[in-house]
Design a protein around this ligand. Structure first.
Ligand code: PNS
Length: 165
């Protein structure tokens, strides 16, 4: 392997909020790359439940024990953010076949925009194959227990947020 290869990856997403499924993908990415930036997109969700600052704070707490992971937010194109960070790869989790179409479209578009940047798909842990931020919000808003699906700091913020709504 060439000495000058940089092993920096970006895990982009809305993370509204971060779930245990995301944390699993980020943890595995952190074992494959020297440095991983979790990049929270501002404006990707039309009506996010959490502000970008809240999403960053929850993701930082959830990834606190991963020494080579840094949580950040970005505005604009993810390929531009990745270029600024010197990343060689975007890492995304793939759950069921339902993710495939949208993820492939994004990866092909990103490849057009930045031919040197790879998209790496990590297959989700089967325990989290059904899990999404939207489902967590739905279930929590109706009083369901989401303890198993989100890191503790997210659970606390979800409770605060949903009590206030
Ligand atoms: O959590 P999600 O919905 O899978 O995240 C989608 C995200 C944020 C990765 C995507 O919408 C994105 O990259 N947004 C930034 C703007 C951009 O680069 N759009 C073109 C991507 S093809």
């Amino acid at each position: 392997m060439a000495d000058n290869l940089q092993h920096i990856a970006v895990c982009p997403g809305s993370f509204d909020p971060i779930t245990e499924g995301h944390v699993d993908v980020i943890r595995r990415a952190s074992q494959m790359f020297e440095k991983v930036y979790v990049a929270i997109a501002q404006g990707a969700e039309k009506a996010p439940l959490f502000s970008v600052d809240e999403r960053v704070a929850m993701a930082r707490a959830a990834c606190a024990e991963m020494a080579n992971v840094e949580v950040d937010s970005f505005v604009g194109l993810v390929v531009e953010y990745a270029r600024q960070r010197g990343a060689v790869a975007l890492v995304k989790g793939l759950r069921a076949i339902t993710d495939f179409d949208r993820e492939m479209q994004m990866s092909w578009m990103n490849r057009q925009l930045a031919p040197d940047l790879c998209t790496v798909f990590l297959v989700s842990h089967p325990d989290y194959a059904f899990l999404s931020s939207s489902l967590v919000k739905d279930v929590a808003s109706m009083g369901g227990d989401v303890t198993k699906f989100v890191p503790e700091p997210v659970l606390n913020r979800l409770k605060e947020k949903l009590v206030r709504h």
